[in-house]
Design a protein around this ligand. Structure first.
Ligand code: FAD
Length: 362
């Protein structure tokens, strides 16, 4: 039997970041993942954008989230002796004059001064921008696949990673702790992304999953170095390749590529760039978004040794580090979790379902 403080199930962005922060605070972990060919984290573009473009407002808690996330990833780059974080501007291409006027108005607001740069009429080579463009500061991109791979290697070195399809029948919970196969722990925390809906402890949580698809294209003459956004983003990768995305779909929640997404993305791309390109690949994933668009942290209402760290939605890269830190503070020092992010805000959902099952009136 191996004994650790925490079993973590799932090693996407959420499970990776949580296990690293737990280790930083002196806890021992065993991370279990089935190592999928694709997951939301593995296909994510990895962009963090402090601005909600539709309304030109700051994204939720961005003043705290971005610096915390950047410091965390830089620290991990040093630990792993690798590079996965790149600070990069996002260039917003305007579609009409109204957007330019709105940007100018918002860019002068005190709250947004550090984020929105002035508009420019300068045309961008190979990009259609008749109404000009402007850029966003404090943005960037994480090479998520590399970060996850480095984390897995780091965990494996200390025998803290298990490649396994988690089997709920092998989990035993008692007053002394939890055991899973040959692992004994104080607690178990599930970070399964959208697969949480198959989790018998947390399937009652109100997720509103959103499928997303991205293309990888090769465009030898594009020469774009910043992230470009106009309805879709174009993210420069290496060797004249670019990621283009992403779609949002709430009905078809399969992880299968769709013709609809391919058409949608290429139509939008054709409206932005002026040079030829070739589609190299297409990928689909499911974002673990919650009805109130906030992450979910905490422990099960009855099984207090069973936790959840999920709900990263569309912004796992930016949200996960600070949320994991808050969760570990809660575990370590009992610091109260804000209702806005605590799983407790949904305890009534669990109560109702349980009462219905027992045939009791709610
Ligand atoms: C097309 C697309 C583009 C995106 N772009 C961005 C972006 O640019 N920036 C950004 O911040 N976010 C982006 N996102 C969102 C981002 O992907 C999510 O916020 C994030 O990946 C969620 O991470 P997670 O760890 O919660 O879930 P996941 O990445 O789904 O990880 C869960 C892990 O748990 C494992 N697992 C689940 N169940 C089991 C089990 N029973 N046994 C063993 N292992 C299990 C899975 O295999 C997986 O490895 C994008 C998402 C999509 C779909």
């Amino acid at each position: 039997m191996k004994t650790v403080d925490f079993i973590i199930v799932g090693q996407g962005i959420a499970g990776s970041v949580l296990s690293l922060i737990l280790q930083k605070r002196g806890y021992t972990v065993m991370v279990i993942d089935n190592v999928p060919q694709s997951s939301a984290s593995l296909i994510a573009a990895g962009i963090y954008n402090p601005i909600v473009f539709k309304r030109l407002v700051k994204s939720w808690r961005v003043d705290d989230l971005v610096p915390f996330a950047e410091n965390f990833y830089v620290e991990m780059e040093k630990l792993f002796e690798s590079n996965f974080l790149e600070k990069k501007k996002i260039i917003k291409i305007f579609a009409e004059q109204q957007e330019v006027d709105f940007w100018n108005k918002k860019a002068s607001e005190m709250d947004l001064l550090n984020y929105l740069n002035p508009t420019s009429n300068e045309s961008k080579p190979n990009v259609k921008s008749p109404f000009g463009s402007a850029s966003v500061n404090k943005a960037g991109v994480l090479d998520v696949a590399n970060f996850i791979q480095c984390t897995r290697e780091h965990l494996s070195k200390s025998n803290a990673f298990l490649h396994d399809q988690f089997d709920f029948n092998s989990l035993h919970i008692s007053e002394q702790g939890v055991t899973y196969k040959t692992i004994k722990a104080e607690k178990i925390i599930f970070c399964e992304g959208y697969k949480v809906l198959k989790n018998p402890f947390f399937s009652w949580l109100p997720f509103k999953l959103a499928k997303g698809e991205v293309l990888t294209i090769s465009a030898t003459d594009l020469n774009v170095t910043d992230i470009v956004n106009k309805g879709v983003f174009i993210l420069p990768l290496s060797n004249n390749t670019y990621k283009v995305g992403a779609t949002y779909e709430w009905k078809d929640l399969s992880e299968i590529n769709s013709e609809k997404a391919r058409v949608d993305l290429t139509e939008k791309l054709n409206r932005i760039i002026t040079v030829p390109y070739e589609i190299i690949s297409q990928e689909a994933g499911i974002r673990p978004a919650v009805i109130d668009r906030r992450p979910i942290l905490g422990f099960h209402p009855i099984e207090k040794r069973v936790g959840v760290f999920n709900g990263m939605g569309t912004k796992g890269v930016m949200i996960a580090p600070l949320m994991a830190d808050i969760f570990v503070n809660y575990i370590k020092d009992g610091k109260v979790l804000d209702t806005e992010i605590s799983v407790e805000r949904f305890y009534t959902f669990h109560k109702k379902i349980r009462q219905n099952k027992l045939g009791l009136k709610t």
